[in-house]
Design a protein around this ligand. Structure first.
Ligand code: FES
Length: 109
């Protein structure tokens, strides 16, 4: 089992350095929820189906992320506060290559 380090800036601008397991098939939205970095009910509303954008985040580090799926792309095209570096946290799965990833949570919608 190997944990990676992820930096998550919450919606108040506070930086959190957290450990995330690579062997549990967790996604970034679930990590944010497990550390309670966003109030319950404001993130992960669709349960990770790429259908709500409540898990939107801005990727600040230059990690190469897997390409967006059609569903993620479509959801982000309809979401608010979208930037060039926006991704849906529920579509980013925790893998060893993402060690050192830094993201900022998008504002609550
Ligand atoms: S949790 Fe709904 S889009 Fe990610």
């Amino acid at each position: 089992m190997k944990d990676i380090k992820i930096t998550i800036i919450d919606r108040e601008g506070v930086k959190h350095n957290v450990d995330a397991p690579t062997d549990m098939n967790m996604n970034l939205m679930e990590i944010v929820r497990s550390y309670e970095l966003a109030p319950e009910g404001t993130i992960g509303i669709c349960g990770g189906m790429a259908m709500c954008a409540s898990c939107q985040c801005y990727v600040l580090s230059d990690h190469e992320l897997p390409e967006m799926s059609y569903d993620e792309d479509l959801m982000l095209s309809e979401a608010f506060n979208v930037r060039d570096n926006s991704r849906l946290g529920c579509q980013i799965f925790i893998r060893e290559e993402l060690d050192g990833l830094e993201v900022e949570l998008a504002p609550e919608v």
